[in-house]
Design a protein around this ligand. Structure first.
Ligand SMILES: [Fe+2]
Length: 186
């Protein structure tokens, strides 16, 4: 049986984040077509992006995986690590922007609609291209460089992040895209 590596764990998280990205596109399309979106759905989305995508997933990458790769000689700046960290920062700025446009939308849907659509689409584009780079460029490199004890150490540190955030909270956040998807389709 093939052993699970820490990279498999990050890859599985990417599949969950992609669901949220698809949902952001769907929300943007619905807004563009003149439909409304629920304020509570937007709040759940922000929560997912802050905790699951950023604290949990980007946290594992920035605080654990990237330093482990640097220890193997991958440069901290430039391509790929410097570029990926810069995209994490950009993601945080765009989530802050989404928080502003969401609350403006709740106050006045008509005047904030266009800005909310831009926020949702910018985040969707960033996540999709960022995930593609990690899946296709960074993760194959990481699988090659981290084996044996190094991989075990990274896995253990990932588990500490999971425990800090809480398994139940992670499960609920991961289920959010499915829930909203059903809601939107009903
Ligand atoms: Fe990632």
């Amino acid at each position: 049986m093939q052993q699970t590596t820490p990279i498999h764990e990050l890859t599985a998280e990417h599949r969950v984040i992609e669901k949220a990205a698809a949902l952001m596109e769907k929300m943007a399309d619905e807004l563009a077509a003149g439909s409304g979106v629920d304020g509570s759905d937007l709040q759940d989305l922000v929560q997912f992006l802050r905790v699951y995508a950023d604290e949990l997933h980007h946290g594992k990458e920035e605080a654990i995986l990237f330093p482990a790769l640097e220890a193997k000689g991958v440069p901290q700046t430039g391509c790929p690590l410097g570029g990926l960290v810069a995209e994490h920062h950009k993601g945080r700025t765009l989530v802050d922007e989404l928080i502003k446009t969401s609350s403006a939308y709740e106050e006045n849907a008509a005047s904030a609609r266009a800005d909310l659509i831009t926020s949702l689409r910018s985040l969707r584009e960033l996540y999709n291209s960022h995930i593609w780079k990690e899946d296709n460029l960074l993760f194959p490199l990481a699988e090659r460089l981290l084996a044996g004890d190094d991989a075990e150490r990274v896995k253990k540190q990932f588990l500490e992040v999971d425990e800090r955030i809480g398994a139940d909270r992670i499960r609920k956040l991961a289920g959010f895209a499915d829930r909203l998807d059903r809601h939107a389709g009903s």
